[in-house]
Every structure is written in structure tokens, then in C-alpha cells.
Design a protein around this ligand. Sequence first.
Ligand code: IYR
Length: 227
Amino acid sequence: MHEKKLIEDHPYIRYSKPILSAEEMLERSLSFYEAMDSRRSAREFSDRPVPREVIENIIKTASTAPSGAHKQPWTFCVIENPEIKKQIRIAAEEEELQSYESRMSSDWLEDLKPLGTDWRKPFLETAPYLIIVFRRIYEFGADGKKKNNYYVQESVGIAAGFLLAAIHNAGLVSLTHTPSPMNFLTKTLDRPENEKPFLLIPVGYPAEECWVPDLQRKALEDICVFY
Ligand code: IYR
């Protein structure tokens, strides 16, 4: 049994973490860094099936993220139905075609060249799962009144980061895809008006032959300042 006490009527449990030796911290921090450094976004997916329980564990991990006032302002929609994936692909490609042909600036298109992206999104049908992260702007209170959530963008961003890390840790790949605009997803998935699409994340194994751009990460000196 956890030790418990009440502070102003709210239940608290004791929390502690074992103090690790400097050596062990160094070893763990380095091996986690190396594990995360080997994560890459993939655009070429295999259709090899993935057990649903793995996806459930990944989503439970995402939902361990901290959030404003612990409102957990997120919904994860998981698409496995090929018909729905097809509908999403058609709608996303329609938007992307317009974006690539007229909405995106020439600077933007130039910046995307090393990534080799275009309006075609076959992975929306190939990947065994599409996880669509929705941010919940508000909730409906018991009286039916709208109650705003707090720091929704930050909270859902952190949860999405946890999601990507969990996917990578499970030996799978993902892509943080943002078809723009994304509101067609609200309609396709029949989501309530308090939810807005945030990210579309295909999940699966990489295709047998999968290529990713040879990107370099910024050096510590370029991203970090100690005072
Ligand atoms: N949403 C488009 C374009 C795109 C934009 C950025 I910024 C990227 O890093 C990658 C793609 C697409 O998904 O193709």
C-alpha cells in the first residue's frame, strides 16, 4: 500500500527516486541519448502488421506527459481501417497538392528539398496505423458549460514527444505529418467540436528498403548555453 496523506483535502502520495551514482547517471544519460539519436522520421513504411497492444502501450506512454492543471487535454485516434486510411489519404493529398502548387513560399519549398517531400502521401495507406493526435481546447463541465483547458499546445506537444519516443523504443518508425489545413480530419473521424487535430502520425516498420536524408544534428555548443 502507498503511504497517503491529505493536504487541504487533496490526497498526496510519497514520491522518491533512488539516488544514482554519478557513473550510473552518466551511463544512463548517454545510452538514452544514443538511443534517441538513432530515431529518424520515416516516409517509407512496410505494411507488416503490428500488434494492437503495442500501440495501446505507446499511447498510454504518451498520456504520462505532464499537462496544464493535469487536464490531459488530448485524444489519440488510431486508424487501422483501410477504408478510413484511404479517405484520409485522398483528403490529405488534395490539400497537399494545393499547398505544394500554390500555398507554400519558394523559400519553404527550397528548405524542403533535402527531405524530398511532395504532395503524394502513400504512407497514409501503407502504414498499419495512423495515430491522429487531437488537442482538446475545452471540456464540458457537469452543468454542460465549457471549461477551458490550460497550455493545451504545450501539453499536447510534450505528449506527442513522448509518443514519438515510445514508438522508437518499441522498434517502430513514425512521421510527424501535418497535412495543412487538417480540419478535414474532424469531419472524417466525426470528432466533437472541442477537439482540434494537432498531428497525424503514421506508425509501423520501415519499408524493407527505406532511405532517409543524411541530416546532421546541431552540436551542443550551438543549442545550449550554460550560465
Ligand atoms: N505538410 C507538408 C509540407 C512539409 C512541411 C514541413 I515544415 C516539413 O518538415 C515537411 C513537409 C508535407 O507533409 O509534405
